[in-house]
Design a binder for this molecule. Structure first.
Ligand code: NAP
Length: 332
Protein backbone atom coordinates (compact mmCIF):
# COMPACT_ATOMS: atom_id res chain seq x y z
CA UNK A 1 0.00 0.00 0.00
CA UNK A 2 1.30 3.49 -0.90
CA UNK A 3 0.44 6.94 0.35
CA UNK A 4 -0.67 9.82 -1.88
CA UNK A 5 -0.09 13.34 -0.64
CA UNK A 6 -0.96 16.74 -2.10
CA UNK A 7 2.10 18.92 -1.51
CA UNK A 8 2.23 22.72 -1.57
CA UNK A 9 4.79 23.74 -4.20
CA UNK A 10 3.88 27.41 -4.62
CA UNK A 11 2.34 29.93 -2.21
CA UNK A 12 0.40 32.78 -3.77
CA UNK A 13 -1.54 35.94 -2.91
CA UNK A 14 -4.52 35.17 -5.15
CA UNK A 15 -6.94 32.24 -5.21
CA UNK A 16 -4.70 29.16 -5.36
CA UNK A 17 -4.83 27.31 -8.69
CA UNK A 18 -3.76 23.76 -9.49
CA UNK A 19 -0.15 24.86 -10.04
CA UNK A 20 0.21 25.59 -6.30
CA UNK A 21 0.11 21.83 -5.64
CA UNK A 22 1.74 18.59 -6.71
CA UNK A 23 0.49 15.05 -6.08
CA UNK A 24 3.25 12.83 -4.70
CA UNK A 25 3.09 9.05 -4.21
CA UNK A 26 5.05 7.93 -1.18
CA UNK A 27 5.64 5.25 1.46
CA UNK A 28 3.11 4.93 4.27
CA UNK A 29 3.92 7.25 7.21
CA UNK A 30 5.43 5.82 10.41
CA UNK A 31 3.72 6.03 13.77
CA UNK A 32 5.51 8.47 16.09
CA UNK A 33 5.84 7.95 19.84
CA UNK A 34 2.41 8.61 21.46
CA UNK A 35 1.04 9.32 17.99
CA UNK A 36 -1.38 7.78 15.50
CA UNK A 37 -1.53 6.76 11.85
CA UNK A 38 -4.95 7.14 10.26
CA UNK A 39 -6.44 6.18 6.94
CA UNK A 40 -8.02 9.39 5.72
CA UNK A 41 -11.65 8.89 4.67
CA UNK A 42 -12.79 12.45 3.91
CA UNK A 43 -11.07 15.84 3.74
CA UNK A 44 -12.52 19.29 3.18
CA UNK A 45 -11.96 22.19 0.82
CA UNK A 46 -12.22 25.47 2.76
CA UNK A 47 -12.28 29.09 1.61
CA UNK A 48 -9.74 29.72 4.39
CA UNK A 49 -7.15 27.74 2.41
CA UNK A 50 -6.66 30.81 0.19
CA UNK A 51 -5.37 32.72 3.20
CA UNK A 52 -3.24 29.83 4.49
CA UNK A 53 -1.22 29.98 1.24
CA UNK A 54 -0.96 33.77 1.10
CA UNK A 55 1.66 36.15 2.52
CA UNK A 56 -1.11 38.18 4.23
CA UNK A 57 -1.36 38.32 8.05
CA UNK A 58 -3.15 35.15 9.13
CA UNK A 59 -3.81 32.77 12.03
CA UNK A 60 -2.47 29.79 10.07
CA UNK A 61 -0.02 29.32 7.18
CA UNK A 62 1.15 26.32 5.16
CA UNK A 63 4.78 26.45 3.95
CA UNK A 64 5.91 25.12 0.58
CA UNK A 65 7.22 21.57 0.71
CA UNK A 66 4.57 20.40 3.18
CA UNK A 67 1.32 18.49 2.79
CA UNK A 68 -1.65 20.83 2.35
CA UNK A 69 -3.42 21.27 5.69
CA UNK A 70 -7.00 20.10 5.77
CA UNK A 71 -9.56 19.03 8.32
CA UNK A 72 -10.93 15.57 7.79
CA UNK A 73 -12.00 12.23 9.17
CA UNK A 74 -9.54 9.39 9.68
CA UNK A 75 -9.78 5.79 10.88
CA UNK A 76 -6.93 4.77 13.19
CA UNK A 77 -4.78 2.02 11.67
CA UNK A 78 -1.83 2.31 14.08
CA UNK A 79 -1.76 3.76 17.59
CA UNK A 80 0.97 4.39 20.12
CA UNK A 81 -1.46 6.32 22.33
CA UNK A 82 -3.30 4.70 25.25
CA UNK A 83 -6.59 6.51 24.53
CA UNK A 84 -6.81 5.49 20.87
CA UNK A 85 -7.45 2.02 19.44
CA UNK A 86 -7.18 0.64 15.94
CA UNK A 87 -10.54 1.19 14.24
CA UNK A 88 -11.40 4.39 16.15
CA UNK A 89 -12.62 7.34 14.04
CA UNK A 90 -11.50 10.93 14.57
CA UNK A 91 -11.86 14.44 13.15
CA UNK A 92 -8.81 16.68 12.98
CA UNK A 93 -6.08 18.14 10.88
CA UNK A 94 -5.30 15.12 8.69
CA UNK A 95 -4.07 16.96 5.58
CA UNK A 96 -4.80 16.31 1.93
CA UNK A 97 -3.42 12.76 1.86
CA UNK A 98 -4.56 9.14 1.97
CA UNK A 99 -2.72 8.23 5.18
CA UNK A 100 -1.66 10.62 7.90
CA UNK A 101 0.74 10.30 10.84
CA UNK A 102 -0.84 12.47 13.52
CA UNK A 103 0.02 14.01 16.82
CA UNK A 104 -3.03 13.64 19.09
CA UNK A 105 -2.87 17.44 19.58
CA UNK A 106 -4.17 17.72 16.01
CA UNK A 107 -7.30 15.69 16.82
CA UNK A 108 -10.42 17.84 17.38
CA UNK A 109 -12.84 15.12 18.50
CA UNK A 110 -13.90 11.48 18.23
CA UNK A 111 -16.37 10.50 15.52
CA UNK A 112 -19.06 7.87 15.93
CA UNK A 113 -19.75 6.65 12.37
CA UNK A 114 -22.77 4.61 13.46
CA UNK A 115 -24.76 7.51 14.94
CA UNK A 116 -24.51 9.99 12.06
CA UNK A 117 -23.04 9.61 8.51
CA UNK A 118 -19.41 10.69 8.08
CA UNK A 119 -20.38 13.43 5.57
CA UNK A 120 -22.51 15.11 8.27
CA UNK A 121 -19.64 14.90 10.77
CA UNK A 122 -17.61 16.83 8.16
CA UNK A 123 -20.34 19.42 7.74
CA UNK A 124 -22.92 20.17 10.45
CA UNK A 125 -20.84 18.57 13.23
CA UNK A 126 -17.44 19.69 11.88
CA UNK A 127 -15.72 23.00 11.15
CA UNK A 128 -18.60 24.62 9.29
CA UNK A 129 -21.55 23.65 11.52
CA UNK A 130 -19.52 24.56 14.60
CA UNK A 131 -18.69 27.91 13.01
CA UNK A 132 -22.37 28.60 12.40
CA UNK A 133 -23.48 27.59 15.91
CA UNK A 134 -20.63 29.23 17.84
CA UNK A 135 -20.53 32.39 15.75
CA UNK A 136 -24.27 32.93 16.02
CA UNK A 137 -24.69 32.01 19.69
CA UNK A 138 -21.47 33.29 21.26
CA UNK A 139 -20.98 36.50 19.30
CA UNK A 140 -24.32 37.18 17.63
CA UNK A 141 -26.61 37.47 20.68
CA UNK A 142 -29.57 36.30 18.54
CA UNK A 143 -32.97 37.65 19.55
CA UNK A 144 -36.41 36.63 18.31
CA UNK A 145 -37.92 39.07 15.84
CA UNK A 146 -34.58 40.48 14.69
CA UNK A 147 -33.41 40.57 11.08
CA UNK A 148 -30.16 38.73 10.34
CA UNK A 149 -28.36 39.01 6.99
CA UNK A 150 -26.08 36.16 5.95
CA UNK A 151 -23.63 36.02 3.02
CA UNK A 152 -22.83 32.65 1.31
CA UNK A 153 -26.33 31.68 2.46
CA UNK A 154 -26.49 28.46 0.43
CA UNK A 155 -23.01 27.32 1.46
CA UNK A 156 -21.90 25.09 4.31
CA UNK A 157 -21.77 27.75 7.06
CA UNK A 158 -24.57 29.93 5.69
CA UNK A 159 -27.04 27.07 5.32
CA UNK A 160 -26.69 26.18 9.01
CA UNK A 161 -26.79 29.81 10.20
CA UNK A 162 -30.10 30.32 8.35
CA UNK A 163 -31.74 27.33 10.01
CA UNK A 164 -30.41 28.07 13.51
CA UNK A 165 -31.44 31.73 13.25
CA UNK A 166 -34.91 30.75 12.08
CA UNK A 167 -35.23 28.29 14.97
CA UNK A 168 -34.39 31.16 17.37
CA UNK A 169 -37.24 33.23 15.93
CA UNK A 170 -35.08 35.54 13.81
CA UNK A 171 -35.90 36.70 10.30
CA UNK A 172 -33.02 35.41 8.09
CA UNK A 173 -32.24 37.20 4.82
CA UNK A 174 -29.64 35.48 2.67
CA UNK A 175 -27.29 36.51 -0.12
CA UNK A 176 -25.90 34.10 -2.71
CA UNK A 177 -24.82 33.98 -6.34
CA UNK A 178 -27.33 31.97 -8.42
CA UNK A 179 -31.13 31.65 -8.71
CA UNK A 180 -30.84 27.92 -7.99
CA UNK A 181 -29.00 28.57 -4.70
CA UNK A 182 -31.56 31.27 -3.78
CA UNK A 183 -34.36 28.81 -4.31
CA UNK A 184 -32.57 26.09 -2.30
CA UNK A 185 -31.83 28.43 0.61
CA UNK A 186 -35.47 29.58 0.74
CA UNK A 187 -36.82 26.06 0.53
CA UNK A 188 -34.39 24.19 2.80
CA UNK A 189 -32.19 26.53 4.83
CA UNK A 190 -34.73 28.71 6.64
CA UNK A 191 -34.33 31.96 4.69
CA UNK A 192 -37.35 34.22 4.54
CA UNK A 193 -35.88 36.33 1.72
CA UNK A 194 -33.03 35.61 -0.67
CA UNK A 195 -31.00 38.01 -2.79
CA UNK A 196 -28.89 37.01 -5.80
CA UNK A 197 -25.95 39.43 -5.58
CA UNK A 198 -25.03 38.75 -9.21
CA UNK A 199 -28.46 39.60 -10.64
CA UNK A 200 -30.08 42.08 -8.27
CA UNK A 201 -29.21 45.23 -10.17
CA UNK A 202 -28.88 47.78 -7.39
CA UNK A 203 -27.87 45.52 -4.48
CA UNK A 204 -28.41 48.28 -1.95
CA UNK A 205 -32.05 48.62 -3.03
CA UNK A 206 -32.53 44.85 -3.04
CA UNK A 207 -31.22 44.58 0.54
CA UNK A 208 -33.32 47.56 1.70
CA UNK A 209 -36.35 45.95 0.11
CA UNK A 210 -35.68 42.65 1.93
CA UNK A 211 -34.92 44.41 5.24
CA UNK A 212 -37.39 47.32 5.41
CA UNK A 213 -36.78 47.92 9.15
CA UNK A 214 -32.98 47.69 8.87
CA UNK A 215 -30.55 44.95 9.90
CA UNK A 216 -29.87 43.88 13.49
CA UNK A 217 -27.19 41.25 12.85
CA UNK A 218 -24.87 40.66 9.89
CA UNK A 219 -23.17 37.24 9.76
CA UNK A 220 -20.47 38.34 7.35
CA UNK A 221 -18.79 35.57 5.38
CA UNK A 222 -18.11 37.67 2.28
CA UNK A 223 -16.59 41.07 3.16
CA UNK A 224 -15.80 43.48 0.30
CA UNK A 225 -18.42 45.44 -1.61
CA UNK A 226 -21.37 43.37 -0.35
CA UNK A 227 -20.37 44.03 3.27
CA UNK A 228 -19.98 47.77 2.55
CA UNK A 229 -23.63 47.87 1.49
CA UNK A 230 -24.91 45.79 4.43
CA UNK A 231 -23.00 47.92 6.98
CA UNK A 232 -24.81 51.02 5.73
CA UNK A 233 -28.15 49.37 6.53
CA UNK A 234 -27.36 48.17 10.05
CA UNK A 235 -29.62 49.56 12.77
CA UNK A 236 -28.37 51.49 15.79
CA UNK A 237 -26.63 48.92 18.08
CA UNK A 238 -26.38 46.50 15.14
CA UNK A 239 -23.88 43.63 15.40
CA UNK A 240 -21.50 42.13 12.85
CA UNK A 241 -19.79 38.76 13.11
CA UNK A 242 -16.74 38.83 10.84
CA UNK A 243 -16.56 35.17 9.92
CA UNK A 244 -14.99 35.23 6.43
CA UNK A 245 -14.12 37.33 3.41
CA UNK A 246 -15.08 35.03 0.53
CA UNK A 247 -15.67 37.88 -1.93
CA UNK A 248 -12.12 39.23 -1.63
CA UNK A 249 -9.67 37.33 -3.81
CA UNK A 250 -6.51 38.92 -2.38
CA UNK A 251 -5.48 41.03 0.62
CA UNK A 252 -2.05 41.81 -0.83
CA UNK A 253 -2.27 44.75 -1.10
CA UNK A 254 -5.40 45.27 1.06
CA UNK A 255 -8.36 46.46 -1.03
CA UNK A 256 -9.57 50.00 -0.36
CA UNK A 257 -13.14 50.61 0.81
CA UNK A 258 -15.24 53.17 2.66
CA UNK A 259 -13.96 54.16 6.12
CA UNK A 260 -16.36 52.83 8.77
CA UNK A 261 -15.28 54.70 11.92
CA UNK A 262 -18.06 57.30 11.74
CA UNK A 263 -20.73 54.69 11.07
CA UNK A 264 -19.44 52.57 13.97
CA UNK A 265 -19.57 55.56 16.31
CA UNK A 266 -22.88 57.08 15.25
CA UNK A 267 -24.73 53.75 15.17
CA UNK A 268 -22.87 52.25 18.17
CA UNK A 269 -22.13 49.07 16.17
CA UNK A 270 -20.38 45.98 17.51
CA UNK A 271 -18.02 44.29 15.00
CA UNK A 272 -16.57 40.97 16.26
CA UNK A 273 -13.87 38.90 14.59
CA UNK A 274 -14.46 35.17 14.88
CA UNK A 275 -12.22 32.10 14.45
CA UNK A 276 -13.86 28.79 15.33
CA UNK A 277 -10.75 27.19 16.86
CA UNK A 278 -10.79 29.82 19.66
CA UNK A 279 -13.94 28.15 21.02
CA UNK A 280 -12.89 24.48 21.25
CA UNK A 281 -14.17 24.34 24.85
CA UNK A 282 -17.73 24.78 23.50
CA UNK A 283 -17.57 22.15 20.70
CA UNK A 284 -19.31 19.42 22.72
CA UNK A 285 -22.21 21.70 23.64
CA UNK A 286 -22.59 22.88 20.03
CA UNK A 287 -22.38 19.34 18.64
CA UNK A 288 -25.02 18.09 21.07
CA UNK A 289 -27.60 20.54 19.72
CA UNK A 290 -26.53 20.13 16.08
CA UNK A 291 -26.62 16.31 16.32
CA UNK A 292 -30.09 16.39 17.90
CA UNK A 293 -31.33 18.63 15.06
CA UNK A 294 -29.87 16.29 12.44
CA UNK A 295 -31.43 13.25 14.07
CA UNK A 296 -34.90 14.77 14.28
CA UNK A 297 -34.64 15.96 10.67
CA UNK A 298 -34.88 19.67 11.45
CA UNK A 299 -31.35 20.56 10.27
CA UNK A 300 -30.80 20.01 6.55
CA UNK A 301 -27.30 20.10 5.09
CA UNK A 302 -25.89 19.37 1.66
CA UNK A 303 -22.53 17.85 0.90
CA UNK A 304 -20.74 17.94 -2.45
CA UNK A 305 -18.19 15.11 -2.55
CA UNK A 306 -15.38 14.97 -5.12
CA UNK A 307 -13.82 11.54 -5.68
CA UNK A 308 -10.02 11.26 -5.54
CA UNK A 309 -7.17 13.52 -4.42
CA UNK A 310 -6.46 14.33 -8.09
CA UNK A 311 -9.37 16.76 -7.76
CA UNK A 312 -7.80 18.59 -4.81
CA UNK A 313 -5.42 20.99 -6.62
CA UNK A 314 -8.21 22.77 -8.53
CA UNK A 315 -10.85 22.50 -5.80
CA UNK A 316 -10.17 25.86 -4.08
CA UNK A 317 -10.83 27.66 -7.35
CA UNK A 318 -14.03 25.67 -7.73
CA UNK A 319 -15.17 26.92 -4.31
CA UNK A 320 -14.43 30.56 -5.13
CA UNK A 321 -16.32 30.23 -8.41
CA UNK A 322 -19.35 29.16 -6.35
CA UNK A 323 -19.54 25.81 -8.18
CA UNK A 324 -19.99 23.83 -4.95
CA UNK A 325 -23.49 22.67 -4.07
CA UNK A 326 -23.02 22.39 -0.31
CA UNK A 327 -20.01 21.52 1.85
CA UNK A 328 -17.15 20.74 -0.53
CA UNK A 329 -15.44 17.47 0.46
CA UNK A 330 -12.96 15.08 -1.14
CA UNK A 331 -12.90 11.33 -0.64
CA UNK A 332 -9.18 10.55 -1.07
N1 NAP B 1 -13.91 32.21 10.89
C1 NAP B 1 -13.99 30.90 10.93
O1 NAP B 1 -13.61 30.24 11.90
C2 NAP B 1 -14.56 30.21 9.72
C3 NAP B 1 -14.73 28.81 9.70
C4 NAP B 1 -15.32 28.24 8.55
C5 NAP B 1 -15.67 29.04 7.48
N2 NAP B 1 -15.45 30.38 7.55
C6 NAP B 1 -15.81 31.27 6.45
O2 NAP B 1 -17.18 31.12 6.14
C7 NAP B 1 -17.38 31.39 4.74
C8 NAP B 1 -18.14 30.26 4.11
O3 NAP B 1 -17.36 29.08 4.18
P1 NAP B 1 -17.96 27.68 3.71
O4 NAP B 1 -16.97 26.64 4.06
O5 NAP B 1 -19.34 27.58 4.20
O6 NAP B 1 -17.95 27.83 2.14
P2 NAP B 1 -19.21 27.79 1.14
O7 NAP B 1 -20.12 28.89 1.49
O8 NAP B 1 -19.77 26.41 1.10
O9 NAP B 1 -18.47 28.08 -0.23
C9 NAP B 1 -17.89 29.32 -0.48
C10 NAP B 1 -18.90 30.20 -1.22
O10 NAP B 1 -18.38 31.52 -1.29
C11 NAP B 1 -19.17 32.19 -2.26
N3 NAP B 1 -18.35 33.15 -2.99
C12 NAP B 1 -17.26 32.91 -3.74
N4 NAP B 1 -16.84 34.05 -4.33
C13 NAP B 1 -17.69 35.02 -3.92
C14 NAP B 1 -17.79 36.43 -4.20
N5 NAP B 1 -16.92 37.05 -5.01
N6 NAP B 1 -18.78 37.13 -3.61
C15 NAP B 1 -19.67 36.51 -2.78
N7 NAP B 1 -19.64 35.19 -2.50
C16 NAP B 1 -18.66 34.46 -3.07
C17 NAP B 1 -19.69 31.11 -3.24
O11 NAP B 1 -21.11 31.06 -3.11
P3 NAP B 1 -22.08 31.95 -4.03
O12 NAP B 1 -22.57 31.06 -5.10
O13 NAP B 1 -23.11 32.40 -3.08
O14 NAP B 1 -21.26 33.09 -4.60
C18 NAP B 1 -19.11 29.81 -2.67
O15 NAP B 1 -19.97 28.73 -2.82
C19 NAP B 1 -16.00 31.65 4.16
O16 NAP B 1 -15.75 33.04 4.16
C20 NAP B 1 -15.08 30.98 5.16
O17 NAP B 1 -13.77 31.49 5.14
C21 NAP B 1 -14.92 30.96 8.64
Amino acid sequence: MRNRRVMVVKRCDAIPAADSFENVDDDLPLCEELGLVVEVLLVSVDPAMRGWLSSEVNYQTVPTGSVMNSYGIGRVIESDHPEWNIGDYLYGNVGWQKFSAMDVKDVWFRVDPDSIPLEKWMNALGLTGLTAWLGLNLLGSPRAGETIVVGTAAGAVGSVVGQLARARGMRPVGITGTPKKCELASREFGYEKMINYRASGDLSLAIADACPDGIDLFFDTVGGAIADIVFEQLKVAGRVIQCGTASVSTWVPPPIGPRRERLMLVKRLRWSGFVVTDHADRFVEAQAELAALIRDGSLITREHVLEGLEQAPSSIQMLYEGLNQGRLLIRP
